[in-house]
Design a binder for this molecule. Structure first.
Ligand code: DAK
Length: 259
């Protein structure tokens, strides 16, 4: 895989979209490599948190590849949209948390990519936007759905209809990102957060991700049942027993074993 680099530091892995000459634009080859990377991460039981970022100085991901898209037929465009949506959905439902470290432009498919992650941190140089209507198309990798869920329909419609980009401070104000850092502090901050998540019980973290994701799409009466089921699934695990015994015995818990 050349278009996505995967680096593993113990329980935290960093995946870097690596096509800096095209500002990491997503073509079919990048989507294929991202798909393979996610499969590899999901299969590696040691990895507890994934950080996703972009190569180079300017961009997280500057969108789907406009050159590749420009000549697509309707049928090919639908297939391309499905390919991207399948990969983004795999990312969104990966059984571990994913932190997007948005280190520059996150436009179109790039904004959509970071929205499929659990948590977004960004550099003060980051720029977000859904410029598709200016290109004669709609967002195609989930932008019309995830942006409205994250920042509300009113602001999502304004961003998508106008195609206007927003800077990091505005993205923070809207709740699109959780925090903004000076460029050089972004990756250390993402890794620090990743380590703190990785130190918690993986079965519980995974259950929380599933409960939040599935519950958001369900009516409250059903959502609360999803939570009850996942809450129950943590019990009788080694990590639940150790976590609670450690509290009662007033000691620090042993490292969690994912069992
Ligand atoms: N696609 C292809 N190449 C791109 C690119 C992109 N999205 N963004 C940048 N590049 C390439 C540039 O063409 C340039 O290549 P060379 O000319 O050097 O060969 C190189 O990256 C450096 O870019 P610039 O020279 O333009 O760099 P600047 O710093 O001057 O400008 C910029 C940076 C980010 C403001 C500018 O590159 C830009 O505006 N880029 C396009 C941003 C954009 O519009 N992104 C949204 C793309 S549309 C769907 C599926 C998916 C989608 C929609 C529908 N279905 C199937 C339904 C998704 C759509 C999108 O993401």
């Amino acid at each position: 895989m050349t278009h996505v680099l995967l680096e593993k530091n113990g329980q935290v892995a960093i995946a870097t979209v690596n096509r800096p000459n095209a500002l990491n634009a997503l073509n079919s080859a990048v989507l294929d490599d991202l798909n393979e990377t996610l499969d590899a991460v999901a299969a590696d039981e040691e990895i507890r948190v994934l950080v996703l970022t972009g190569a180079g100085e300017k961009a997280f991901v500057a969108g789907a590849d406009i050159a590749e898209m420009s000549t697509l037929t309707k049928a090919e465009a639908e297939a391309f949209g499905k390919k991207g949506n399948d990969v983004f959905r795999k990312l969104e439902t990966l059984p571990i948390p994913v932190i997007a470290a948005v280190n520059g432009y996150a436009l179109g498919g790039g904004c959509e990519l970071c929205m499929a992650c659990d948590i977004r941190l960004c550099s003060d140089t980051a720029v977000f936007g859904q410029p598709e209507t200016g290109l004669g198309i709609t967002p195609g990798f989930g932008g019309t759905q995830r942006l409205a869920r994250l920042i509300g329909a009113g602001m999502a419609k304004q961003m998508i209809y106008s195609g206007k980009n927003i800077k990091a401070d505005e993205a923070y104000r809207l709740g699109l990102v959780n925090a903004v850092y000076p460029k050089e502090e972004l990756m250390p901050a993402a890794q620090k957060l990743a380590l703190s998540i990785a130190s918690n019980a993986p079965i519980a973290v995974r259950a929380c991700k599933q409960a939040i994701n599935e519950g958001l799409d369900a009516p409250m009466d059903e959502a609360i049942v999803i939570e009850e089921r996942l809450f129950g699934s943590c019990f009788e695990t080694e990590d639940q027993r150790e976590g609670m015994c450690a509290f009662l015995e007033k000691r620090k818990h042993e490292p969690y074993q994912n069992r």
